[in-house]
Design a protein around this ligand. Structure first.
Ligand SMILES: Cc1ncc(COP(=O)(O)O)c(C=O)c1O
Length: 482
């Protein structure tokens, strides 16, 4: 096909890029709804989906008919009023990586299917291992297996990363489980506020939900290491063998960090696998100002780290990292030597150590962001989001009619409008607020109370945005009373 037909990659591509550019501009200027109210049936009609499917005909001249309603009805993450879920406002670099991957589709089960994408992933993994303290190579392009270098792989999401950690920890505790199935007494300890993907992983791995014992926490759900022994004793009384402790860095609802270093003391003393779910908060490792929140990380056994949360990539780009390079191979085998023959050169087939077989070029998303910004600026971004959230906390606390339950440690912040303090009223406020389409926020339960919740993902969200948000919450409350 010549390059200038309406179907051609270049011509259609230009129309799509023009539409996206306009979308980004109006979103960033706050000139759109954050989340337009739509019902699914109307939306399907507006996009004329059945007609397109039956007849085709989408090209550079007609693409607008589909793309306009599609983009209008989207959640506008570039809008400064998007302060909702822990999903990155995507960086241009990540979008370009998605475009390149979409055009060349180098899947990565084995090296031959995507040599360049595989190499990018390995360098990105080395970079993440370096930040964690598990890399002993001579530069990021050193692929040799130094005994002090860990291992890792990128997964389609933190949930798969957590599952991989559970499998690796189980393999360490019970190497026969891969072939024979689980012994019936294995158990995990984790705070009850742990992301559901960890308990779900326990079920998927065949351990069952009842194998997960709640770690003692304070009222905010932060693990209290001095009481860890209580949960351990409780598990033992039930005839269980605890093999793993999973901690939050940081917790999904509150953004608060568990004390990794102290938990590492307990795990070292009792020979337990320490998993750190840093899906959201591990990015603090990039900032000299925030890194202390991950203190002790190098003593953990595994770390989940999502780039599509705080490192500005589009979904999905998550990593599971291990301190011990053999742990990753053992997650998917009863015998690590199956993968890591000491005398066999590394074959770079990532599919051997992932739940997925075919896999997207995940590492390229983060690579492009890094290649544009550089690691220092990306660390500065994480710090800025955390610092701004602290400022928003101070602003909210200075209002007589609002309260926050804790000082934020990340870019996640909970708050309540006091005149409507009960749980249902906070929920109604959030519903009324997002129906106005100027802001998108979520809610969370903290210590039995429902709070409004901000995830400050967008660098365009400023103090002025939060002031306007508070006014709109007040206005919604007044409306609800009428
Ligand atoms: C602490 C934590 N762990 C795991 C996950 C799941 O990650 P993903 O959505 O990438 O599967 C989340 C998602 O919000 C999270 O906050």
């Amino acid at each position: 096909m010549p390059d200038d037909t309406p179907h051609s990659f270049k011509t259609l591509g230009h129309s799509v890029v023009d539409a996206l550019d306009q979308y980004r501009r109006t979103s960033r200027a706050g000139q759109t709804s954050v989340l337009p109210k739509t019902d699914p049936a109307t939306l399907a009609q507006q996009m004329d989906l059945e007609n397109w499917i039956r007849k085709g005909g989408l090209d550079a001249n007609t693409v607008e008919q589909f793309l306009a309603p599609y983009l209008d009805a989207s959640q506008h993450l570039h809008h400064p009023g998007f302060i909702g879920h822990q999903v990155a406002t995507p960086h241009t670099g990540a979008a370009m990586a998605d475009l390149v991957h979409g055009a060349i589709n180098n899947a990565m089960a084995v090296y031959e299917m995507g040599p360049s994408a595989t190499v990018v992933e390995r360098v990105i993994i080395n970079w993440m291992l370096e930040k964690t303290g598990w890399f002993a190579g001579q530069g990021l392009m050193d692929f040799s297996r130094h005994s002090q270098t860990g291992a890792g792989v990128l997964t389609h999401g933190g949930s798969l990363a957590n599952l991989t950690a559970v499998l690796a920890a189980r393999a360490a505790a019970s190497p026969e489980a891969w072939e024979d199935g689980n012994p019936d007494n294995l158990a995990i300890i984790a705070p009850s506020v742990t992301h559901y993907s960890v308990t779900r992983a326990a079920s998927i791995a065949g351990l069952g939900q009842n194998a997960v014992f709640s770690a003692p926490t304070n009222a905010l759900g932060v693990l209290e290491p001095e009481h860890l022994g209580r949960a351990h004793a409780q598990a033992r009384e039930q005839g269980r063998r605890v093999f793993m402790v999973s901690v939050n860095a940081c917790a999904t609802a509150t953004g608060l960090y568990d004390p990794i270093d102290e938990v590492a003391d307990y795990c070292a003393a009792h020979d337990l696998w320490l998993h750190v779910d840093g899906a959201h908060g591990a990015s603090a490792l990039l900032s000299a100002d925030e890194r202390h929140k991950m203190k002790g990380i190098a003593r953990a056994n595994s770390l989940t780290w999502d780039a599509h949360k705080m490192l500005r990539t589009s979904a999905l780009c998550a990593a599971i990292l291990f301190k011990n390079q053999h742990a990753l191979a053992q997650a998917f085998s009863q015998d690590g030597s199956y993968i890591f023959y000491d005398d066999e050169p590394d074959n770079f087939d990532v599919g051997r150590t992932t739940v997925e077989c075919t896999k997207a070029a995940l590492g390229t998303k983060l690579f492009w962001v890094l290649a544009i910004e550089g690691e220092e600026k990306l660390g500065q971004f994480v710090h800025n989001q955390y610092r701004d959230t602290q400022r928003f906390y101070e602003l909210i606390c200075a209002q007589d009619d609002f309260e926050c339950p804790y000082v934020p440690q990340s870019n996640i912040l909970c708050f309540r409008y006091l005149p409507c303090a009960d749980n249902d009223a906070q929920m109604a406020l959030r519903t009324a607020l997002i129906e106005r389409e100027n802001f998108y926020i979520t809610t969370a339960m903290v210590d039995g109370y429902r709070y409004l919740r901000l995830s400050v993902m967008n660098p365009l969200t400023t103090t002025a945005t939060i002031k306007a948000l508070l006014d709109e919450v007040r206005d919604c409350a007044a409306d609800l009373e009428r």
